[in-house]
Ligand binder design. Structure first.
Ligand code: CA
Length: 238
């Protein structure tokens, strides 16, 4: 969260690229154009960096170690918190068929290596303009809780609530489906992604953390535990 205010005007781009020379070239050019840049060298690291840094746009290489760009893109689209994150797929493959596949998995745009930097910048800016229009409208609310998706700020009864990345995604998912009961498995699918192997018990840990953050002293517990069924965002007594 450090320095989030001063750099708010500069969009954060996550460059997912395993060719170090290309990553360095992209960082150099993007920083020169007023972007902030984070890097990830494989697919798994990309997902971690996305959770940690909440970028405004992802430049995603197709051929990556550990997890392919296609799979990373699928996971980005599956998670409520990153569903609308702009993704540009970057690939050495020139076949139209691959471009179609890339866009089918949820990439917003597709560019083939070697690419022209100006062309890439134009596409990035167009995409950011589109996503900002959507993001500024996105506020979720329930009871005395509000979540601003563009600034990632959560507040309860006027008090700022600080949530970890997983708790934020959990809360976002609950806010999108208030009062609905979700099993641990459903929450894992929606918040962690179906292909990530996490123990259902992990959900309990994050629910506990979420409660600790969102329920202030003397405030109503808004997370309802439904025995043998799961959890819901609800103000009804247990
Ligand atoms: Ca590559």
């Amino acid at each position: 969260m450090l320095d989030a205010h001063s750099s708010l005007a500069k969009p954060l781009v996550l460059v997912v690229e395993d060719e170090a020379a290309l990553a360095t070239m992209l960082r150099y050019n993007l920083e020169k154009q007023g972007f902030r840049v984070e890097e990830a060298a494989d697919g798994q690291e990309a997902l971690t960096r996305i959770s940690e840094t909440q970028p405004d746009l992802v430049l995603l290489d197709w051929m990556l170690p550990v997890m392919s760009g296609i799979e990373v893109c699928r996971q980005i689209r599956r998670r409520p918190n990153t569903r609308d994150l702009p993704v540009i797929m970057v690939s050495a493959r020139a076949e139209d068929q691959d471009a179609v596949r890339g866009l089918n998995t949820g990439a917003d745009d597709y560019i083939t290596k070697p690419f022209n930097m100006d062309a890439l910048l134009a596409r990035m800016r167009a995409l950011l303009r589109r996503s900002n229009t959507v993001a500024t409208k996105a506020t979720l609310a329930f009871h005395d809780i509000t979540m601003d998706l563009s600034t990632h700020r959560v507040s309860r009864n006027g008090r700022a609530v600080h949530l970890g990345p997983t708790e934020f995604r959990l809360m976002e998912f609950f806010l999108q489906h208030p009062r609905r009961v979700f099993s641990r498995e459903e929450l894992l699918d929606a918040v962690w992604g179906a292909d990530i192997h996490v123990e259902p018990r992990t959900v309990d840990v994050h629910i506990r953390r979420l409660r600790k953050s969102i329920n202030g002293e003397g405030e109503l517990d808004v997370v309802r535990t439904v025995r043998a069924a799961g959890y819901a965002l609800d103000t009804e007594p247990v």
